[in-house]
Design a protein around this ligand. Structure first.
Ligand SMILES: NC(=O)c1ccc[n+]([C@@H]2O[C@H](COP(=O)([O-])OP(=O)(O)OC[C@H]3O[C@@H](n4cnc5c(N)ncnc54)[C@H](OP(=O)(O)O)[C@@H]3O)[C@@H](O)[C@H]2O)c1
Length: 265
């Protein structure tokens, strides 16, 4: 089950786990990318797996309740081996001071609902309905840039902090039931969310800065992230639990170097 299945990281993960380990797919999205969703359905079918993409807001408690009921209808109890939370919908703005608009309470609530609380709501509904398979893997996604903070993205960083706290607590609660709950931290990959956050005009500059920051000197891709998720979904991922797994390629390691060596910046 992948929330945010139609685009970006979620879509890449769907394609990857449909092939390896070969999972049927239940995905959620709001329907803003119908062509991408149709291509995804085609690719999963080509991999020989079943796919159900459900439209609607997955970022609320009610969305989770309805979504899990729909999943129960198509898949039955004990069927969810992997749950990936790949929703991206957030407000930007300063928190209290500085230039530009300040985030309003409604934006704070919505951002936390979609980016953090929905992970909890879906997990609660999955557990309540007995949908998790033995040794199920539950996975949240986060960005290594949240550690160093980017102007205007404070609300996203705060929601990711809440998501991390949910992951750790749920790992403790679901561990005795045999399940594993983790957070995967990876570097910037170019997706619709990233294009929206930074703006198309700034994209070349954003990529150029990343190329200086990342020791490997190249951008990470959604396919690389997705391939690693197949590892986490398999037996080799058994001992990750409550972890924030750093898959960031050392993105933030060279920040001080960039500041001290103007030739590189
Ligand atoms: N991109 C990066 O650089 C990066 C790096 C590290 C971590 N991450 C994390 O990875 C996750 C996915 O990000 P992304 O960049 O892959 O995003 P993306 O490409 O914009 O995809 C987001 C997906 O979520 C769906 N969606 C958004 N809000 C929804 C809602 N309320 N209900 C149902 N579906 C919803 C979107 O489809 P609809 O619009 O049709 O609903 C789309 O399928 C996020 O948690 C992000 O923080 C991203």
């Amino acid at each position: 089950m992948v929330l945010g299945a139609s685009e970006g990281t979620g879509a890449a993960i769907v394609r990857s786990v449909a092939r390896d380990p070969g999972l049927d797919i239940f995905g959620a999205h709001r329907g803003n990318h119908p062509e991408a969703a149709a291509l995804l359905e085609r690719d999963v079918a080509r991999a020989g797996r079943r796919v159900v993409l459900r439209g609607g807001d997955a970022g609320t408690a009610e969305g989770a309740r309805l979504g899990v009921e729909a999943l129960l209808d198509v898949a039955g109890p004990g069927s969810v081996r992997l749950f990936v939370h790949s929703l991206a919908s957030a407000s930007m703005g300063r928190l209290a001071a500085g230039s530009g608009p300040r985030v309003a309470p409604r934006q704070v609530e919505k951002t936390f609902d979609v980016m953090a609380h929905s992970f909890l709501y879906w997990t609660q509904a999955l557990v309540e309905k007995g949908l998790l398979a033995p040794s199920a893997r539950l996975l949240g996604l986060t960005n290594s840039l949240d550690d160093s903070l980017v102007g205007g993205l404070g609300l996203i960083a705060a929601a990711k902090g809440a998501l991390e706290a949910y992951v750790r607590t749920l790992a403790l609660e679901l561990g005795p039931l045999g399940h594993r709950v983790n957070l995967l931290k990876f570097p910037t990959v170019i997706t619709p969310a990233v294009r929206k956050v930074y703006g198309e005009a700034a994209l070349d500059r954003i990529v150029a800065t990343h190329l200086k920051m990342i020791p490997a000197g190249r951008m990470c891709t959604v396919e690389e992230v997705a391939r690693f998720v197949t590892v986490l979904a398999g037996d080799a991922g058994e001992w990750f639990n409550g972890a924030t797994i750093d898959y960031s390629g050392g993105l933030t390691l060279g920040l001080a170097d960039l500041l001290l060596d103007p030739g590189r910046s």
